[in-house]
Design a binder for this molecule. Structure first.
Ligand code: NDP
Length: 451
């Protein structure tokens, strides 16, 4: 590894030893940049690495709200405005008890390079709270969202910072957040994306991350003369990304056989039933035990029965694996099991779902690997299309948005693949995506001076 990169990583690990996910994300990106830095000393001269890994601004605030029993609750809220070299900050809000500054810094850094790969003039941001939406009533969710926006509204705007959803934040939460923003500012404007269709949402935004992931995987397989048609696929997660990944896999003639949530995995040999999945997760907001009730032929494997050190999903033999739940869900052992069982491609829907040693195992085995920052960029890309429709006060049809999404995913694949070839590493999409995403942000920073 280039000594400049080593120095920056070593400095980061001293300063942020308490933020392991952020350090992992920084290592994953920076360790790909050796060939670029060696041929471009200008980045070192301008201390680009030291500057790009630090957020431009970190906002941290208290969120006080009252639950249904009249008890006062207090949570931590954050917004990280990571990098605005390419456009207004853009990135989701995550509501999950595991949220802290380190988690959001990892997500914000990834988002910065992901947004760059879309080539849609958006900077990187991320935010959220350690609030746990599970088990909360609609009224409690509304009160929390309003309290969160009471602070957030002063830091965001359609040309400043445009948040969206992530884990625990879907259409319902975006609606409550938007209502409160409007109340506080009296502005009816595209300050959030992922809005319901009734007031400025874009058709195909709900589907975009999952569909875009499958489009990316199709591009990756096509370059090797292969196709998803007839492939058995394992998918983890049962949220927004997983549901629409499963739906699109069916549409392209593949067979998705698993889904999972934090309590267990469903394995259904004849293929996951998308209508039942949507009913359970989008309508009833229930656990996958309910899916098993509605589809008795499916097998339900509770987390307590998972093979040691891994998620049960990855023990199911497949041709292509789609991790769509959360970070570090594919351990080295899981990666080795996938490879042993004949899996020939992994395409990541979740952010950083594969541990670093799992990625090395994919590379050593020579299987196809679509890294998240490229493969799951369809969500943010379609969010930018929502911003464009809001700004122009126009509405595009589902097919128009889907067509644009397909082109964007093909372009992202092309950038990752051609950049890998430019640096004599054909097929190494992680290296290609990291260099292409980094180079655009870094070059914009260079031209904007020291600011
Ligand atoms: P959702 O909240 O809709 O769904 C997350 C799903 O993953 C749920 O089924 C959840 O189960 C499951 N899950 C979460 N943590 C775990 C865990 N530790 N073990 C097993 N299952 C778990 O989130 P999204 O689908 O929106 O996001 C999923 C991933 O995709 C995240 O990494 C997110 O950052 C990324 N992503 C999302 C985008 C989007 O447009 N939504 C865009 C790009 C990336 P349970 O309900 O039981 O907690």
């Amino acid at each position: 590894m280039n000594p400049y990169i080593q120095d920056v990583l070593s400095d980061l690990s001293k300063r942020y030893a308490h933020q392991p996910l952020f350090l992992q994300a920084a290592e994953e990106v920076l360790s790909s940049l050796t060939p670029l830095l060696e041929s471009n000393p200008v980045y070192k001269k301008n201390k680009i690495l030291e500057r790009i890994v630090e957020p431009e601004r970190t906002i941290s605030f208290r969120v006080d709200w009252v639950d249904d029993k009249g008890e006062i609750q207090s949570n931590h809220g954050f917004r990280i405005q990571y990098n605005s070299a390419l456009g207004p900050y853009k990135g989701g809000l995550r509501f999950h008890p595991s949220v802290n500054l380190g988690v959001l810094k990892f997500l914000g850094l990834e988002q910065t390079f992901k947004n760059s790969l879309t080539q849609l003039s958006i900077g990187g941001g991320k935010g959220g709270s350690d609030f746990d939406p599970k088990g909360k009533s609609d009224m409690e969710i509304m009160h929390f969202c309003q309290a969160f926006m009471n602070e957030l509204y002063r830091h965001i705007g359609p040309r400043v910072d445009v948040p969206a959803g992530d884990i625990g934040v879907g259409g319902r939460e975006i609606g409550y957040l938007y209502g409160q923003y409007k109340k506080l500012t009296a502005h009816y404007e595209g300050v959030l994306t992922g809005k319901p269709l009734l007031y400025g949402g874009s058709l195909a935004r709900t589907e975009a991350t999952g569909y875009g992931l499958v489009y990316f995987a199709q591009e990756m397989l096509a370059e090797k003369g292969r196709s998803l048609e007839g492939c058995t696929c394992t998918v983890s997660g049962a949220g927004n990304v997983a549901i629409y990944c499963v739906e699109k896999l069916h549409k392209v003639g593949a067979l998705p056989v698993t889904i999972s949530d934090s309590r267990g995995t469903i394995y259904q040999k004849e293929g996951i039933n998308v209508d039942v999945l949507k009913q359970v997760k989008e309508v009833e907001r229930a656990s996958l035990t309910r899916y098993k009730e509605l589809c008795p032929s499916a097998q339900y494997i509770p987390v307590s029965e998972y093979p040691e050190g891994m998620n049960a999903t990855w023990a199911v033999p497949c041709d292509v694996a789609f991790p769509c739940a959360t970070q570090n869900e594919v351990s080295l052992k899981a990666a080795q099991t996938l490879i042993k069982n004949g899996c020939f491609a992994v395409a990541e829907g979740a952010n950083m779902p594969s541990c670093l040693d799992a990625i090395h195992a994919y590379e050593d085995a020579g299987i196809l690997y679509a890294p998240s920052k490229a493969a799951n960029a369809g969500g943010v890309a379609t969010s930018q299309l929502e911003m464009a429709q809001n700004a122009g006060m126009v509405h595009w049809t589902f097919d128009e948005v889907d067509e644009k999404l397909k082109k964007i995913m093909a372009n992202i694949y092309d950038q990752a693949s051609s950049t890998a070839k430019e640096f004599n590493a054909p097929g190494k999409l992680l290296l290609g995506a990291n260099i292409a995403g980094f180079r655009q942000v870094a070059d914009a920073m260079l031209t904007q001076g020291i600011c």
